[in-house]
Design a protein around this ligand. Structure first.
Ligand SMILES: *Cc1c(COP(=O)(O)O)cnc(C)c1O
Length: 385
């Protein structure tokens, strides 16, 4: 069925009901194996690593939402990335955006390098400079836009065009935007990956990863890797994600409305040195982001001026919780250089602009006045007099 709007697909997309009983939710098929009616006579499932009906419903849903050929659900965002990067061979190289999630960097820097699969940090924000980084061994590019934690924007269409000219696979980590705000396959990506732990789940209660591929050929290869390496998402967690995705539209509408107000508030505050939010017309990524995404998304990072003590700032927050992760209904704050991006060596952090003063906010769906009051109080308390 096709829908006029993604809001409907969020609720009715993929396999959204139970054929046998008419249940309006897909049941949790908590089973490891399936009866065979005779040798080689399967009813569509044989073993839950290979395929499980609850997981399959989620996989069909995310494929439809991203406009891909097939979807795959994994036990975490990093498990999804591991499966996707397993498409590469020894001697291959992948270009990565200059700020990516710390765990993505660690996966390449500390695990894939054991197999002689290498990476180069590339300024994908500048397509011309990106093209110069394409050496003969480069086989893929992994883009985050907005990139974590400086919210830098990559022109996905421009980079995908250059990448395809050189035969590269274009992978986009769409965690920060979700298909509700940005659809990378329409912009030229071959593969989309998600930490579904974040906005897709939306309630900070499940760790999950998703991958969506554009072609049948990639679908067959990822299905083989998923079954062979085994990092699959369990049935209950698949159910939780399906449940979370149903409300993605209404949650994000409020998240973004709040984030826009918080970014405007911070950008006018006399204590604030810099704000990174692609929804602000003054942001350097604003125009490109507007072309490819519905709005600026939810994530904001900022720095306080030098006469503010960030330790006091973090300890003075009462509503906004200091924690790793993002994308839940509650507002969270983190300190990238010591938390989410600590696995990136200091010299690289400095080079790409992840300063020790950088603060990252994941704005929740609470009343915006409560969020702003909390920020206001913590900023005031942290001033060094
Ligand atoms: C959290 C995150 C990941 C890793 O996902 P997990 O579910 O924690 O394994 C990857 N990319 C981005 C952008 C993230 O925020």
């Amino acid at each position: 069925m096709s829908y006029k709007g993604i809001e409907t697909a969020l609720i009715h997309g993929g396999i959204s009901t139970d054929e046998r009983t008419g249940a309006v939710n897909v049941p949790i098929y908590q089973t490891s194996t399936f009866k065979q009616d005779g040798l080689g006579k399967m009813r569509g499932y044989e073993y839950s690593r290979t395929g499980n009906p609850t997981r399959e419903a989620l996989e069909a849903l995310i494929a439809e939402l991203e406009g891909g050929y097939a979807g795959f659900a994994f036990a975490s965002g990093l498990a999804a990335e591991t499966a996707v990067l397993s498409l590469l061979n020894t001697g291959d190289r992948v270009l990565i955006s200059s700020n990516v999630y710390g765990g993505t960097f660690r996966l390449l820097d500390k695990i894939f390098n054991h197999f002689n699969i290498n990476y180069t940090i590339s300024d994908t924000e500048d397509p011309a400079s990106f093209e110069k980084d394409i050496t003969p061994d480069v086989k893929a590019v992994l883009i985050e836009s907005p990139a974590n934690p400086l919210m830098t924007i990559t022109d996905i269409r421009a980079v995908a065009e250059i990448a395809h000219k050189h035969g590269l696979l274009v992978i986009v980590d769409n965690t920060f935007m979700t298909p509700y705000l940005q659809r990378p396959i329409e912009l030229g990506a071959d593969i989309v990956v998600h930490s579904a732990t974040k906005y897709l789940g939306g309630h900070s209660d499940v760790v999950a990863g998703l991958a969506v591929v554009k072609t049948k050929e990639l679908a067959e290869r990822i299905a083989f890797i998923q079954n062979s390496t085994g990092g699959v998402l369990p049935p209950f967690d698949s159910f939780l994600l399906i449940r979370g995705i149903k409300t993605l539209g209404v949650r994000l509408d409020r998240h973004v409305e709040n984030a826009q107000k918080a970014a405007e508030y911070l950008s006018k505050h006399s204590a604030v040195k810099s704000v990174h939010y692609p929804g602000l017309p003054t942001d350097k990524g604003y125009e490109v982001n507007k072309k490819q995404a519905k709005n600026g998304g939810v994530m904001i990072s900022f720095e306080l001026k030098d006469n503010y003590d960030i330790n006091v700032f973090f300890e003075s927050l009462e509503l906004i919780t200091l924690a790793e992760s993002l994308g839940g209904v509650e507002s969270l704050v983190c300190h990238p250089s010591s938390m989410t991006h600590a696995s990136i060596p200091e010299d690289i952090r400095k080079k790409v602009g992840i300063t020790d003063g950088l603060i990252r906010l994941s704005i929740g769906i609470e009343n915006i006045d409560d969020i702003l009051e909390d920020l206001d109080r913590a900023i005031a308390k942290s001033e060094v007099k």
